[in-house]
Design a protein around this ligand. Structure first.
Ligand SMILES: [Fe+2]
Ligand SMILES: [Fe+2]
Length: 357
C-alpha cells in the first residue's frame, strides 16, 4: 500500500512547532450548549455517576506522570521517516488530549452552579487530560520541539457540537483511546526490543484514565433515554461509530511507518482497535456495527487507499484543476464505501442489555 511521507515539521520559532494544518482528520476543538447540559436530569444514573466520581477523586495516577531517568538521553537515534512520523503521532495525540482538557475545563466552569456532580467530574477529567497533554508535550521536547498550547487555545477554531453529539463522540473517543493505548502497551510488553522510547511504558495506567472517562460518559449517556431508546438515536449511533472507525483507519494507515517502526502491523492493529471498541460500545449504545461482515474492513481499507492517493495528489505540483479532476472520483468512492458500510445491518445491543451491563 502506498505510504505518504510525513512532511518535515514547520517551525514557528526555533523549537516551537507550528500546529498541523487542520483537516477533517486532525483532532478538533469543541464547544457546546453548556446550558442544555447543566439542565440535564441525571438522576436515572446517579449511583453509577457517583461511583465513577469517587474513582476520579481517588486519583490513582497522581504519581504516575513523572518522567524517569530513562528519558535523559539523546534521541537522535530515532531518525528519518520514523522520527517524522513519531513526532506527528506525538503531536496529534497531544492535541487531542489538550482538546479534551479544554472542553472538560469549560464544562466544569459552566456547570458549577447548576450541576455540581457533573462539574466536579469534568474538573477531575480535565486534570487527567492536562497531565496527558503535558506528558506528551515533554516527549516532543525530547525531539527539540514543543506545541505552543496557549497559541493553540487562542488560534484554533472551535466546532460547535450539540450536547448529544458531544456525549456520543467523547464516549467513543475515550474508549477507542483506551484500546489504542493498551494494545500498544501489551505489544511492547511482549516485544520489549521495539521499545524505542520509554513513553509506551506509561500507557498501562494512562489508559485506565481514559477507561474511567469513558465509563463516566457511558453513565451520562444512559441517563438520557432519548440518546438510546428511539430510531433517531440508533441512526446517530451508527453514524458516529462509523465516523470514528473510518477516521481511525485513515490515520493509522497514514502513519503506517510509525507503527511498523515499533513492530506493529498497522492493519492488524487497526482491526483489533476497532473490533474491541465496537464490542465495548455495546455497553452504552443501543447497537454496534457488524465488524465481522466481509465488506466491513475491506471497504474501510479501500477508503484509506483512496485517502493516501488524495494525499499524493495534494502534495503534487499539478495544476489545481487537474488535481480536482483526479480527486473527485476518489472522494466519491470514499463516500460510496462509507455509505455501504453505514447500510450494513447493525447488531442490536439493547436486547442483550441484561447480560452485558
Ligand atoms: Fe487522555
Ligand atoms: Fe480521556
Amino acid at each position: 500500500m502506498a505510504n505518504l511521507h510525513t512532511p518535515e515539521p514547520e517551525l514557528l520559532k526555533p523549537g516551537i512547532k507550528a500546529p498541523v494544518q487542520e483537516t477533517l482528520l486532525t483532532p478538533r476543538f469543541y464547544t457546546t450548549d453548556f446550558e442544555a447540559i447543566a439542565q440535564m436530569d441525571i438522576s436515572a444514573q446517579e449511583p453509577e455517576l457517583l461511583a465513577v466520581l469517587e474513582e476520579l477523586r481517588a486519583d490513582y495516577n497522581r504519581h504516575h506522570f513523572v518522567r524517569g531517568s530513562e528519558f535523559e538521553q539523546c534521541w537522535d537515534s530515532i531518525d528519518g521517516e520514523t522520527r517524522r512520523s513519531f513526532i506527528d503521532f506525538l503531536e496529534r495525540s497531544c492535541t487531542s488530549e489538550f482538546s479534551g482538557f479544554l472542553l472538560f475545563k469549560e464544562l466544569s466552569r459552566r456547570l458549577k452552579e447548576q450541576n455540581p456532580i457533573l462539574a466536579e467530574a469534568f474538573l477531575l477529567m480535565s486534570r487527567d487530560e492536562a497531565r496527558h497533554a503535558g506528558f506528551l508535550n515533554k516527549s516532543m521536547a525530547d525531539f527539540n520541539l514543543s506545541l505552543n498550547l496557549s497559541y493553540l487555545t487562542k488560534n484554533r477554531t472551535y466546532t460547535f457540537f450539540p450536547p448529544e453529539w458531544v456525549i456520543y463522540t467523547v464516549y467513543l473517543s475515550e474508549k477507542i483511546g483506551y484500546w489504542r493505548y493498551i494494545l500498544v502497551y501489551r505489544h511492547m510488553e511482549a516485544h520489549p526490543e521495539h521499545q524505542i522510547y520509554p513513553l509506551f511504558r506509561y500507557f498501562e495506567s494512562w489508559c485506565q484514565d481514559e477507561n474511567r472517562h469513558g465509563d463516566f460518559f457511558k453513565a451520562l449517556l444512559r441517563s438520557q433515554p432519548q440518546l438510546w431508546n428511539n430510531w433517531k438515536s440508533r441512526l446517530w449511533v451508527r453514524f458516529f461509530l462509523l465516523t470514528v472507525f473510518a477516521t481511525h483507519t485513515l490515520t493509522v494507515f497514514e502513519r503506517a511507518t510509525f507503527y511498523e517502526s515499533i513492530g506493529i502491523n498497522p492493519r492488524e492493529y487497526n482491526t483489533k482497535v476497532i473490533e474491541e471498541t465496537n464490542n465495548t460500545a455495546a455497553r452504552a449504545f443501543p447497537l454496534t456495527l457488524n465488524t465481522n461482515h466481509p465488506e466491513f474492513f475491506s471497504r474501510l481499507e479501500k477508503c484509506s487507499e483512496n485517502n493516501l492517493k488524495l494525499g499524493e495528489i495534494n502534495v503534487s505540483d499539478r495544476p489545481k484543476i487537474i488535481k480536482l479532476v483526479q480527486k473527485l472520483p476518489l472522494l466519491l468512492s470514499i463516500i460510496w464505501n462509507l455509505l455501504r458500510i453505514y447500510l450494513l445491518k447493525p447488531i442490536d445491543a439493547e436486547s442483550s442489555r441484561a447480560t452485558v451491563s
